[in-house]
Design a protein. Structure first.
Length: 216
C-alpha cells in the first residue's frame, strides 16, 4: 500500500507499509549529542541516578540483599527498588505488567523535574493527525509540554507484544511522533504553529532505553 489515503485510524495499527507511504525514514545515531543537541533547556540530574555502578545481577536480587541497600542513600534506594521490580518482571516473560515500567518511567521523569515549570508532565494523553479524510489517533503513556507545545513524549513497549512485522513497534512510534507534531502545528496558541519543530521521543523496554529526535 503506497496510498496515504488508506491509513488505519489508530497509531497502534501502523505497520512498515504505512510508514513508507508517509515517506518516514529512520536513521541510526550512536551519539547522544546528535539526538539532544537541539534541546535548549539543559536537563539536570544528580549522582543518585548513577546507583554507584551496581550491576544488573545486584539490582535483580537487591530486594533480598539488604546489605546492598545499606550502601545507598534514600534516593538511590528508591531508584534501585523500581529497577528491581522491572528486572524481576523481565519483558521477555509473557504476562508482564506494564504498570511496573510505567511506574519506573514516571519516577524518572519526575526526578528529572519534567513535572516542574517550564514543563508539564501529562499521563496517557491522546493526539491525532489528518491525512486527507483519515483521522489517525494516537495515545501515548506520557508526554511533556513546554510553552503549550509538545516537546517530548514517552512510549513504552514490551518485547513479548511486538514483532518484526511492526519493526518492533517503531512503525507505531513514528505515527505517535507525527501526531504530537501535528498537534503543535494545529493548536492556535502554540508557539510552534506553522514553524519547523523538533519532537523528542523515548522508548522504554523494561530497563532498556532508546531515544528519538525528529525534525520537521
Amino acid at each position: 500500500m503506497n496510498d496515504p489515503r488508506q491509513l488505519p485510524s489508530n497509531a497502534s495499527e501502523f505497520y512498515p507499509i504505512h510508514r513508507r507511504s508517509l515517506n518516514i525514514q529512520y536513521e541510526n545515531s550512536y551519539h547522544i549529542d546528535n539526538i539532544l543537541g537541539t534541546l535548549s533547556t539543559k536537563i539536570q540530574y544528580d549522582g543518585s541516578l548513577l546507583l554507584k555502578n551496581l550491576t544488573r545481577d545486584e539490582l535483580f536480587i537487591i530486594g533480598h540483599r539488604h546489605n546492598i541497600l545499606d550502601t545507598l542513600n534514600d534516593d538511590e534506594k528508591t531508584l534501585s527498588l523500581y529497577l528491581h521490580k522491572v528486572l524481576q518482571n523481565d519483558p521477555l516473560t509473557t504476562g508482564v505488567r506494564e504498570s511496573l515500567t510505567d511506574s519506573f518511567v514516571n519516577y524518572l521523569l519526575t526526578e528529572l523535574r519534567f513535572n516542574k515549570y517550564p514543563f508539564l508532565l501529562n499521563l496517557q494523553p491522546s493526539y491525532s493527525f489528518h491525512v486527507y479524510s483519515t483521522k489517525v489517533t494516537a495515545k501515548v503513556e506520557f508526554s511533556i509540554e513546554k510553552n503549550n507545545s509538545i516537546l517530548c513524549f514517552d512510549e513504552d513497549k514490551h518485547l513479548h507484544s511486538i514483532s518484526l512485522s511492526t519493526e518492533y513497534g517503531e512503525s507505531q512510534i513514528c505515527a505517535k511522533i507525527l501526531a504530537c507534531a501535528f498537534t503543535n502545528y494545529d493548536k492556535a496558541d502554540s508557539p510552534t504553529r506553522g514553524k519547523d519543530q523538533v519532537i523528542f521521543a523515548m522508548r522504554v523496554i523494561g530497563s532498556r532505553f532508546r531515544l528519538y529526535s525528529v525534525s520537521q
